[in-house]
Design a protein around this ligand. Structure first.
Ligand SMILES: NC(=O)c1ccc[n+]([C@@H]2O[C@H](COP(=O)([O-])OP(=O)(O)OC[C@H]3O[C@@H](n4cnc5c(N)ncnc54)[C@H](OP(=O)(O)O)[C@@H]3O)[C@@H](O)[C@H]2O)c1
Length: 247
C-alpha cells in the first residue's frame, strides 16, 4: 500500500491531489486541514489548524508496516492579508509564516524522524510558488515563506545526500524532497488575489486578466501533472522546479 499525507485537502490543489490518488485502491490518503470535503474508504482526515504551533508539534505520523511509498505533500498555504508591510497586524504575520513555513518544516522533521528506518520510497513535496523567487508588493510574508520553503528543501536534500554517503549499508533508503511551483491555478487563493485593492497590490489587474483570458489552470489538471512527475522521482533532477519545467 501507499500512504500520502497531504495538507490542505478541503479544496483547491490539495483536494485534487487527494481525489486523483484515491482513484487507485492501493493508495491511502491522510488529509489535514480545518475542514473536510472528501468521503472515501481510503481517506482519513485530521482536523488541524496549521497556524496552531502546539497542534503542529503534537501531530504524529503513524507506522505503516510494508508500505511501498510514503509521501508528505506540504500543500496548505495562504497569502494571508494582501497589504504592504507596516499595515499588517502582528498576529497575521505570525500566523501566515506558521502556516506557510513553520508547519511544513515541523511536519517534515517529524516525517523524517518517524520513517528513517522504513524500507519504502519516502518523498516530501513542498508546493512552492514563483512568489518565492520574485517579489510581489503586498505579499511580503507569502513571498518570504515560499523562498524559505525552497531553501529548507535544498538543505534537507543536502542532508539526505550527506547521510547516504555515510550510511554503512548500500541499501540505505533516504528521503527525496522537492519544492515544485504549480503556476497560476483557479482556486480560492486566486479569488483572494483578484479581490485585493490596487493600493495594496499594484499588479491586481494582471491577475484579473489571467482569469478573464482563461489563463488559470484547473486544480485537477495541475494535480495530474504533479502526480505524473512524482511517479518517477528518480528522474527529477532539481530540488526546486515548476510544473512548467516539465512541459
Ligand atoms: N492557486 C495558485 O495560483 C497558486 C500559485 C502558486 C502556489 N500555490 C500554492 O498552492 C498551495 C495550495 O493552494 P490553493 O491555491 O489550492 O489554495 P486554496 O484553494 O485556498 O486551498 C488552501 C488549502 O489550505 C488549507 N488551509 C488554509 N489555511 C489552513 C490552516 N490554518 N490550517 C490547515 N489548513 C489550512 C485549506 O483548508 P481549510 O481552509 O479547510 O483549513 C485548503 O484546503 C498553496 O501552498 C499555495 O501557496 C497556489
Amino acid at each position: 500500500m501507499n500512504y500520502y499525507y497531504i495538507t490542505g485537502t478541503s479544496r483547491g490543489i490539495g483536494k485534487a491531489f487527494a481525489e486523483h490518488l484515491l482513484e487507485d485502491a492501493s493508495n491511502n490518503v491522510i488529509g489535514i486541514s480545518r475542514s473536510k470535503s472528501i468521503e472515501h474508504s481510503n481517506y482519513r482526515h485530521f482536523y488541524l489548524d496549521l497556524t496552531d504551533t502546539t497542534a503542529i508539534a503534537d501531530f504524529k505520523f503513524e507506522i505503516h508496516a510494508h508500505a511501498k511509498k510514503i509521501f508528505l505533500i506540504n500543500n496548505a498555504g495562504s497569502l494571508g492579508f494582501i497589504k504592504p508591510i507596516g499595515k499588517l497586524e502582528a498576529s497575521t504575520i505570525i500566523k501566515n509564516y506558521t502556516l506557510n513555513l513553520i508547519a511544513p518544516s515541523v511536519l517534515t522533521n517529524a516525517f523524517i524522524d518517524c520513517y528513517a528506518a522504513a524500507d519504502a520510497e519516502k518523498v516530501i513535496v513542498n508546493i512552492s510558488s514563483g512568489a518565492g523567487k520574485n517579489p510581489y508588493d503586498g505579499w511580503a510574508v507569502y513571498c518570504a515563506s515560499k523562498a524559505g520553503i525552497d531553501m529548507f528543501s535544498r538543505v534537507v536534500d543536502m542532508e539526505q545526500k550527506i547521510s547516504a554517503q555515510h550510511a554503512e549499508s548500500s541499501i540505505h533508503k533516504g528521503f527525496k524532497i522537492f519544492s515544485i511551483a504549480p503556476g497560476v491555478v483557479n482556486t480560492t487563493m486566486q479569488d483572494e488575489i483578484r479581490a485585493a485593492s490596487k493600493v495594496d497590490f499594484s499588479r491586481v489587474e494582471n491577475f484579473i486578466e489571467y482569469k478573464l483570458n482563461d489563463q488559470l489552470a484547473e486544480p485537477k489538471s495541475v494535480s495530474k501533472k504533479y502526480l505524473n512527475i512524482l511517479a518517477n522521482v528518480e528522474d527529477i533532477k532539481e530540488v526546486l522546479s515548476a510544473i512548467k519545467d516539465y512541459e
